[in-house]
Design a protein around this ligand. Structure first.
Ligand code: MN
Length: 239
């Protein structure tokens, strides 16, 4: 049986070697590739070129939106506050076009961390630009422990795509300072932290969903529920 091919959105960084000043690298963290491989799929990197999205989607059975920089607030009708982080406007516009085109074609989409935030913004939602500044009594969502260790609880909505892999009360890791604020129309909250941050969402129609935590980091190091989430996603992409 052919393995489903999952396209992963990429990040950019600049080369530190002065001889290559200004030269960019395109990359994904290996944990995503590891989990897709363990789940029975094949991961491929997507160059962030908006003009070739349709050709990219012709090759893919699924799309995974990876974590990364903050999302440009201009995309959701706001201006950046001083506490918003570094944004990459071109990557944001590529990711948004990718999400909307993939959804239009009914190709399953899983968004992780920034990827979930991009799904929300792409369909008309907004973000908190910094949880601690904009929300009282938040817990620590930028954990100070290694990536495989969970740091806070979530409550998972029964019957959701996330509930196929995670128990109703689950512990997850947390590496975000932004979060979903107003959720896009047509989506459901499928997990929340105890301080009221949206930790997972899914579209009512189709297979479009996201998580705010990092199952790829826990899964790459053997966490069962996280690996199950990737297996369920790869299975969705088989159809
Ligand atoms: Mn969190």
């Amino acid at each position: 049986m052919k393995k489903p091919v999952i396209g992963i959105s990429t990040n950019e960084l600049y080369d530190n070697d002065e001889r290559f000043a200004g030269s960019q690298r395109v990359y994904v963290n290996k944990d995503y590739l590891t989990c897709i491989e363990k789940a029975g799929g094949t991961g491929v990197l997507l160059p962030p070129f908006k003009e070739e999205i349709e050709e990219q989607l012709d090759l893919l059975d699924g799309v995974l939106l990876a974590g990364g920089s903050d999302v440009d607030p201009l995309l959701y009708g706001k201006e950046a506050k001083a506490y918003c982080g570094y944004v990459r406007p071109e990557i944001d516009r590529y990711d948004q076009a990718l999400i909307l085109s993939a959804a239009e074609r009914d190709i399953p989409i899983l968004g992780i961390c920034r990827g979930m935030q991009m799904i929300n913004v792409s369909f008309g939602g907004t973000l908190l630009q910094d949880i601690n500044t904009e929300k009282d009594n938040a817990i620590e969502h930028m954990q100070k422990r290694d990536r495989q260790y969970p740091s806070h609880w979530i409550t998972v909505e029964p019957g959701s795509l996330l509930a196929q892999a995670f128990d109703r009360r689950s512990l997850v890791n947390s590496f975000h300072h932004q979060a979903v604020d107003e959720m896009a129309d047509g989506f459901l909250i499928t997990a929340m932290s105890d301080d009221g941050i949206i930790e997972a969402m899914e579209k009512e129609e189709g297979s479009v969903y996201g998580v705010q935590f990092h199952p790829e980091m826990m899964g790459a190091l053997g966490h069962d529920e996280s690996l199950k989430l990737f297996r369920e996603f790869v299975n969705l992409c088989r159809k």
